[in-house]
Design a protein around this ligand. Sequence first.
Ligand code: SAH
Ligand code: SF4
Length: 341
Amino acid sequence: MKPPSAFDRSYEDWLSIFEEIGQPSYRAGQICGWLWRRGVTSPSEMTDFSKPLREQLASMFDFTPPVIEDESRSGDGTRKFLMRLPGGAKIETAVLKQGDRVTACLSTQVGCPVSCPFCATGAGGFERDMSRGEIAYQLVVMEKFLGREINSVVFMGMGEPFLNTDATLGAVRILNNPKTRGLGIRHMTISTAGIIPGINALAESGLGVRLAVSLHAADNELRDELVPCNTSYPLDELIPVLHEYQRATGDRITIEYAMFKGKNDSLDHARSLVRLLRGLHSYVNIIPANAVTPRYSRSLPRDILRFQSVLKAAGFESEIRVERGREISAACGQLKRDKAS
Ligand code: SAH
Ligand code: SF4
């Protein structure tokens, strides 16, 4: 049997592992430093461990990291990576530059079972969940590749984080722990298609990660089409859960609204969104859609501006997301699809 992955171990796990093999507890901090700070994944390079200890660790755990198989860049500094996980599954990650800050966009599943019809990941089907270590270690692989620190993380790559909640929150904890990566909790955002049990679990966790909800439609009929998990978690249940989330956490919620020509971009659609979100402290991210299929093409700029003006007039904070990496197919799942064909 294959040994368990070293990247799935938290700092607390390492404490008990070293205790079990009769090693001092500071070894836990040392191995986390090698793995999560320096990106060193081979026990033979962990020079503050004795040779027998290095060999023992190598026999107890699988230290095979995800590897970057392909990269594409766009002029604005966005870089997109195709990563191969141990076992062969392929996922996508990206880094986006905003001034001197760098944000990583991480995947949580190989493929996605939600199957939104406009999304390249959804079109590729679902393969499997990622483990917490696989999710978190994408960050370190990119930091090592780029030779610089990444400042924040959005869980907006392939997959639905709240159909893999334990592993996603496990990855958040590993990234946040000062002994492993020490990334600030307010520098992490989970984006969900609206899976209610996951939103509740996030509130209950008390972690303080930021929440973004991909709404894309303000009525059930349209949302059933655009975000098919709406049939299980309809708006009349989702919106009260967001209010409850806000009461519990005090946090503003980001609402993502991708704009598709002739689908969800009229004045009436904007007015319904205003009615739906009334009373919720939100920030609306208006995303000019990336056309993956001709049926879901991008709204015209004037319709996007008109939509935003309705939100503004109603007192909502919003922004039209500046496009990044369009020329390298930056919407999730597109790089993998292009490479497969
Ligand atoms: N599954 C989660 C997170 C990954 S998708 C979710 O759906 O929220 C991250 C974001 O990219 C979501 O808001 C999703 O709706 C959006 N997205 C996917 N494909 C897109 C496309 N072709 N154009 C614009 N936004 C897209
Ligand atoms: Fe899955 Fe999100 Fe793509 Fe929908 S938009 S198919 S939930 S990754």
